[in-house]
Design a protein around this ligand. Structure first.
Ligand SMILES: *Cc1c(COP(=O)(O)O)cnc(C)c1O
Ligand SMILES: [Zn+2]
Length: 421
């Protein structure tokens, strides 16, 4: 099986271009990477992965940000706004409170547009230029549209985004709008938006930059590489576990691919690969259902609901890549309630880290798994927080305290303050 941790480095097919090609994860068919536009396998419709004849070692990485990892990517440089190189915060109080040996927060909200989607777009938009396409498009719960709009405008390209009407946080629409995307608000959920944009892409109307696009996941591998390098520098060991929110499961797939490539390159022992642990919201948990049932496929949920709008997804398109990732790394998946998500958002805020609701799901999930004894007290854990607090100002305001009105005179201010005492 090509997605096994112990898979050998594949033979280089004749249609590779500069040692890079696309390979179907289901039937193994290979394709030249930049001759034609395709998102899935011509033969069986399976998901595609980017493959390389040469895999880098840690010594090959130099510089900062996503392009530090150019040797693990299809190009040496991309359409860049200095993405990546995000903080790996220590959170001593939260670490203590949850009760694990080490807890670090990889805050992807510190990327240029405030989410990890930038890492995928810097590569994806570079590929779009290589292919010479006109219009770029995506369906989005918000952050993908913000990143596409910013990277598209940086690259001087036209962008189109399809959003579920009324279900996208204010900050994200504002970004897509100011960066010049054409925004269509669809009167249905995210999964329908993705169906539509896939149909547009197949008719040649636009180049698809959802995480179905295998090149986006190449950029997102760098989250895993940064976490590993950070832990190796601080603890001389990689983390035992990485906990992350799951929507379309692109990150889960990308991190797993980063680890597989390190194992193949002899840089990481199979036994040391961090346990990939996915977290969904109770109201949108098809991946959790599949993991719990030991199923090979995910059942599409038609009705999904959660305050964590970034992961309000019922049909995770990357499930065929992510399910083996969770299983082969001995990880797990868990769902959490909206109340648990908001509590975790407050916990992180109490350490000075501002995240949007979907991001807090990782910490909420870790707490739940620790309480259940599934995560051990001696584990070293990294939690991924995927987006910035300011993405969803309404959720932040609702989770925080209310401002107190005071009269416009100093005595009134003093009086209000002394009322607490
Ligand atoms: C896109 C997104 C997710 C979901 O990531 P997947 O890779 O699709 O699983 C989670 N959180 C935030 C903030 C996002 O923008
Ligand atoms: Zn195939």
């Amino acid at each position: 099986m090509s997605l096994s941790l112990s898979a050998d480095q594949p033979a280089v097919p004749a249609n590779a271009d500069d040692g890079v090609w696309l390979e179907c994860i289901e039937c193994g068919e290979t394709f030249a990477p930049f001759d034609d536009i395709r998102y899935t396998c011509d033969e069986c419709d399976g998901l595609l992965e980017v493959r390389y004849d040469e895999l880098p070692t840690f010594d090959d990485f130099e510089g900062r940000g996503v392009w530090r990892y150019a040797d693990a990517l299809p190009f040496d440089e991309g359409v860049s706004i200095q993405e990546g190189d995000t903080p790996l915060y220590e959170v001593p109080r939260l670490e203590d409170d949850i009760g694990v040996e080490t807890l670090r927060i990889k805050h992807e909200g510190m990327n240029p547009t405030g989410s990890f989607k930038d890492r995928g777009m810097t590569v994806g938009v570079r590929v779009a230029k290589e292919l010479g396409v006109g219009r770029l498009a995506c369906a989005s719960t918000g952050n993908t549209s913000a990143a596409l709009a910013a990277y598209g405008s940086r690259g001087g390209m036209e962008t189109l985004v399809l959003l579920p009407a009324g279900k996208v946080a204010a900050g994200k629409i504002a970004q897509a709008s100011l960066h010049g995307a054409r925004i269509l608000e669809v009167d249905d959920n995210f999964d329908t938006c993705l169906d539509f944009v896939q149909e547009l892409a197949s008719r040649g109307e636009a180049y698809l930059l959802n995480s179905l696009n295998p090149f986006r996941l190449e950029g997102q591998k760098t989250i895993g590489l940064e976490i590993l390098e950070g832990f190796l520098a601080d603890y001389e060991a990689v983390p035992d576990r990485i906990v992350l929110p799951v929507g379309n499961a692109g990150n889960t797939s990308a991190l797993y691919k980063a680890f597989r490539e390190l194992v193949q390159a002899g840089e990481l022992a199979e036994a040391d690969v961090p346990k990939l642990t996915g977290v969904q919201a109770d109201g949108a948990a098809p991946m959790v259902e599949a993991i719990e049932n030991g199923a090979d496929e995910v059942r599409r949920w038609d009705d999904v609901e959660t305050r964590a709008t970034a992961i309000r997804i019922g049909n995770p398109v990357n499930a065929p890549k992510a399910l083996p990732g969770i299983r082969e790394t001995d990880g797990t998946a868990v769902s959490v309630s909206d109340e648990e998500i908001t509590a975790a958002q407050r916990d992180l805020a109490g350490e000075g880290i501002g995240v949007e609701p979907a991001s807090a799901a990782s910490v909420a999930g870790l707490r739940k798994l620790r309480n259940a004894g599934i995560v051990d007290a001696d584990e070293r854990v990294a939690c991924l927080t995927t987006g910035h607090l300011l993405k969803d100002p309404d959720a932040a305001a609702a989770a925080g305290g209310d401002p107190e009105p005071v009269p416009g005179d100093f005595d009134g201010v003093l009086e209000t303050l002394s009322d607490d005492a």
